[in-house]
Ligand binder design. Structure first.
Ligand code: PGA
Length: 254
């Protein structure tokens, strides 16, 4: 049985002081909500302080990216052991804003997924097609390739802890989410492929939807049987909005 998961991707927002204010609001708003795992992913600069502020709370700490090497001459990069040291338990890998901006390849993503798992971090592997790819009828092919290459080095006994987020690029930050039915269809395909690659363990992999999930839109997704939660960007910066989304998924053990 899969426990629902809602993750907040704060992206490049919040100074340490602002981050701690938001955590204060979240601890209040989310108190008493059970049956759902909740992760917040502040920027690197706020991880240490937010980690300390989460001590004793049920909220978990995640990072937005990592490098696949543990240490070395990689200026500006952050490694999995460094994240683990700060109390991170999750890390977002292969977000479309990193695939497109810094130009991360599927092979980079593969190394990052493997490094996460090797260091006791749960990777939230993001996959999703662009608008051009969708219009060209390539959605399934793109999503399958990103998921396959990204997980190619995952050992079968590690597979159960994977999280995959289906995030169509055209839905991110646009206010135009996919329909619940379409997101559910792609999540179902992902589950089928994961089953081919990892066998029965795929039944434990959580598949999230991300892209303009807000208090106005979450209802589309919270009711879909193949969707185990959400990766939330903009709406995760507002404690009440994020809490409303978390509440929608709470107790929905699939
Ligand atoms: P959004 O971002 O909720 O602001 O669309 C989602 C994401 O990028 O993970």
């Amino acid at each position: 049985m899969r426990t629902p998961l809602v993750a907040g991707n704060w992206k490049m927002n919040k100074t340490v002081r602002e981050a701690l204010e938001l955590v204060g609001g979240l601890n209040t708003q989310l108190a008493g909500i059970e049956g759902v795992d909740v992760v917040i992913c502040p920027p690197f600069t706020a991880l240490a302080d937010v980690g300390r502020a989460l001590a004793g709370s049920a909220l978990e700490l995640g990072a937005q990216d990592l490098h696949w090497e543990s240490r070395g001459a990689y200026t500006g990069e952050i490694s999995a052991p460094m994240l683990w040291d700060l109390g991170c338990t999750y890390v977002i890998v292969g977000h479309s804003e990193r695939r497109r901006g810094p130009g991360e390849s599927d092979e980079d993503v593969q190394r990052k997924v493997a490094a996460s798992l090797a260091n006791e971090l749960i990777p939230i592997l993001c996959v999703g097609e662009s608008l051009e790819e969708r219009e060209a009828g390539r959605t399934e092919r793109i999503v399958q390739t990103q998921a396959r290459v990204g997980t190619l080095n995952v050992e079968p006994d590690q597979a159960a802890s994977l999280v995959v987020a289906y995030e169509p690029v055209w839905a991110i930050g646009t206010g135009q989410p996919a329909t619940g039915a379409e997101a559910n269809r792609i999540a179902g395909l992902l589950r089928q492929w994961l089953h081919e690659w990892f066998g029965d363990r795929a039944g434990q992999i959580r598949i999230l939807y991300g892209g303009s999930v807000t208090p106005e839109t979450f209802g589309e997704f919270a009711g879909q049987p193949e969707i185990d939660g959400a990766l939330v960007g903009g709406a995760s910066l507002d404690a009440a909005a994020f809490a409303a989304i978390v509440q929608a998924f709470a107790g929905r053990v699939g």
